[in-house]
Ligand binder design. Structure first.
Ligand code: FAD
Length: 345
């Protein structure tokens, strides 16, 4: 919701680049995953169709049902499941252990685990979540899987959790149609803004657009969109929707309305006599179909949708085609620009 550049700008106000370098890298992982998926949208589509098949196949699977209701009988997994459901959060280590036990020890489909996380995590993100599950499963980097170790879990949880079963020491056999496809060329999103009345539409993936897009054009109206039908389609929990709605409400101007479907946005645009709607380009994920609906609802009224990509994403995304360590070389120049432009985020 708050993008990486905004978080890092706040961090650099109080810490030096060198003292915050580990944290900066962590935050840049998020941009990396987003860029990686943006370059390969078919990976998300494949995940969605594989998920539908796995869900059908496993709907009566006892292990699956028990694990997602915190009744697996493995105390650690049950505690983490309850924590996820209650709080909408798990620490990064726990997410890795959980995914590893799910995939390699319990031999459940990774897609169902990714779906379970996406439905409950307050920070649920199509790119970071799907690609992290793929990484644990060994689908991301050839020959590399993540296998959780009991000693590591004991060390970092101070022995709090019993593991009643031995953890897998080798990868489960993963049947998948997923491939790491060749990266596509990204759209530049640099079409000129037509003259006339322009309205800003803010979506939940980048609430900071209310600042950086407002600074780039003369706006006559601002509104938000929370895609409720898409949330329902993906089974996103009510608590997560409420969290996103509260975040959006707190960042939009007081009088700005929040819509939940393209039709309502089109009505607003019509009422405001807009000629164009500008918005941050939504990332690959749950907005995939929605953006097409939105564009056609507005086109029916003769309005264009102008999409923009923040310079931070435009800087990093093309480099996310390769591994993180090559991509990481772009961090220093991005931080320099961030410090220079701190007033215009
Ligand atoms: C199986 C699995 C699923 C995950 N699902 C998500 C998800 O849906 N959404 C999500 O944002 N992250 C996801 N992550 C990455 C990471 O676990 C979370 O970003 C992190 O735990 C969030 O907690 P924090 O804010 O306390 O992070 P901190 O450790 O304080 O890190 C600060 C910030 O850096 C970013 N970050 C840190 N590590 C990563 C990482 N490995 N990948 C991407 N960003 C990172 C996040 O924006 C995070 O808020 C997942 C990781 C795994 C292993």
């Amino acid at each position: 919701m708050l993008p990486e550049w905004q978080i890092l700008s706040a961090v650099l106000d109080v810490h030096s680049k060198s003292s915050a370098s580990k944290f900066i890298d962590e935050v840049c992982w998020r941009t990396y995953w987003k860029g990686w998926l943006e370059l390969r949208p078919s990976v998300w589509k494949d995940y969605i169709s594989e998920l539908a098949e796995d869900r059908e196949r496993c709907k009566k699977d006892v292990d699956y049902t028990q694990i997602i209701t915190a009744r697996s009988g493995i105390a650690a997994m049950d505690a983490w499941t309850s924590e996820l459901i209650e709080t909408g959060y798990l620490h990064n280590h726990t997410r890795m252990w959980y995914a590893s036990i799910w995939i390699h020890t319990l031999k459940l489909p990774w897609t169902l685990g990714a779906d379970f996380f996406l439905r409950h995590l307050l920070d649920g993100d199509a790119a970071s979540n799907t690609l992290s599950w793929r990484w644990v499963a060994g689908l991301h980097t050839q020959g590399k899987v993540y296998l959780a170790q009991e000693s590591n879990i004991c060390k970092f949880t101070a022995g709090r959790h019993a593991l009643e079963i031995p953890l897998a020491t080798q990868s489960a056999e993963i049947k998948t149609s997923q491939k790491n496809t060749t990266p596509r060329i990204l759209a530049a999103y640099d079409e000129p803004i037509p003259s006339g009345r322009v309205g800003l539409l803010v979506h939940e993936d980048d609430l900071s657009a209310v600042n950086w897009l407002a600074a780039s054009s003369e706006l006559v109206a601002v509104a938000g969109m929370l895609p409720l039908a898409a949330y329902q389609k993906y089974g996103i929990e009510e608590k997560v929707i409420q969290f996103r709605s509260d975040c959006m409400r707190s960042l939009l101007p007081e009088k700005a309305e929040i819509f939940n479907c393209p039709k309502k946005v089109a009505e607003w645009a019509h009422l405001q006599k807009l000629d164009a709607v500008i918005m941050a380009a939504p990332p690959v994920g749950i907005w995939d179909d929605l953006i097409l609906d939105l564009e056609s609802s507005l086109a029916a009224l003769g309005l264009v949708v102008i999409k923009r990509r923040h310079w931070w994403d435009a800087h990093f995304y093309p480099a996310a085609g390769a591994g993180f360590f090559k991509y990481k070389k772009l961090i220093p120049s991005a931080l320099d620009k961030l410090v220079d432009q701190a007033t215009n985020l």
